[in-house]
Design a protein around this ligand. Structure first.
Ligand code: ZN
Ligand code: ZN
Length: 251
């Protein structure tokens, strides 16, 4: 069995742990080491199982706690050269990967998938073991065929639904920032995420909406929009409800 622990999701910080046969990887560490350690404790993640910290891109909501966590747990940080060079993680055991292949951590085969985002060399992840497949896809302005293939092939999708378009356009953000978020190198909105899930076959997958904006989205609106577009029952679509909320599910 694979276990997915969403410890934080959104612009205040992101962190997901994927565990398989007693070995786990942390995907993004965008909160302080102390907060992340306490969330891991809440969700029953044994720090001794962590084998690596994977970083999707250098924005602080993904990388802020990476250096301290890596030093505390004594594990390597894995990311692209572009992400590493754009980050300042301090002294860490850095293990680069390229966006052209896969690598293994414990029993998991991990494929980084390029994303479209205003960062140096960002990527999402597709994690496979003989127990299941998990896609973790956030911080992308669009889905290409590789990202959609991952959405279609996975048993659980942790997928970005950053904003509701009406809320964004009527919200407090300056127009220039709205444009950046809406662009092809910004973030995904509820409706487009719903459409991508529809296109890739919506049955049977666990769907977890991620990286919801606190300003331009609400859990109910995100769930309702994706449910309406995909035809999936609303209660089957999950997301974090409030700051400090965490979630664990099995694949
Ligand atoms: Zn970002
Ligand atoms: Zn982000």
């Amino acid at each position: 069995m694979m276990e997915v622990h969403v410890l934080a999701s959104g612009s205040d910080g992101n962190c997901t742990v994927v565990e398989c046969d007693g070995e786990s990887v942390i995907i993004d560490a965008g909160l302080s080491c102390r907060t992340l350690m306490s969330y891991m404790d809440c969700e029953g993640v044994d720090p001794g199982t962590v084998k690596a910290i994977l970083i999707t891109h250098e924005h602080s909501d993904h990388v802020k706690g990476a250096g301290p966590m890596a030093r505390k747990l004594g594990v390597p940080v894995m990311c692209t050269m572009g992400t590493y060079n754009a980050s300042s993680m301090g002294s860490v055991d850095f293990v680069p990967y390229s966006l052209r292949g896969s690598f293994s951590v414990g029993p998991m085969k991990i494929t980084p998938l390029p994303t479209y985002h205003d960062a140096a060399e960002p990527n999402a992840f597709f994690l496979e073991s003989d127990q299941g497949k998990v896609a973790v896809i956030t911080d992308t302005g669009k889905f290409d065929h590789r990202l959609e293939h991952a959405l279609g092939a996975c048993d659980a999708a942790v997928v970005e639904a950053n904003y509701d378009l009406t809320m964004l356009r009527n919200g407090p953000y300056p127009v220039s920032l709205q444009r950046r978020i809406e662009s092809d190198t910004g973030h995904m909105w509820n409706r487009e995420t719903g459409k991508a899930l529809s296109r890739t076959g919506a049955d049977g997958r666990k769907i977890f909406l991620a990286h919801l904006s606190r300003t331009n989205n609400e859990p109910d609106i995100a769930r309702e929009t994706v449910a309406e577009i995909t035809g999936i029952k609303r209660f089957k679509i999950d997301c974090l409800e409030f700051q400090g909320d965490t979630r664990t599910f099995k694949v």
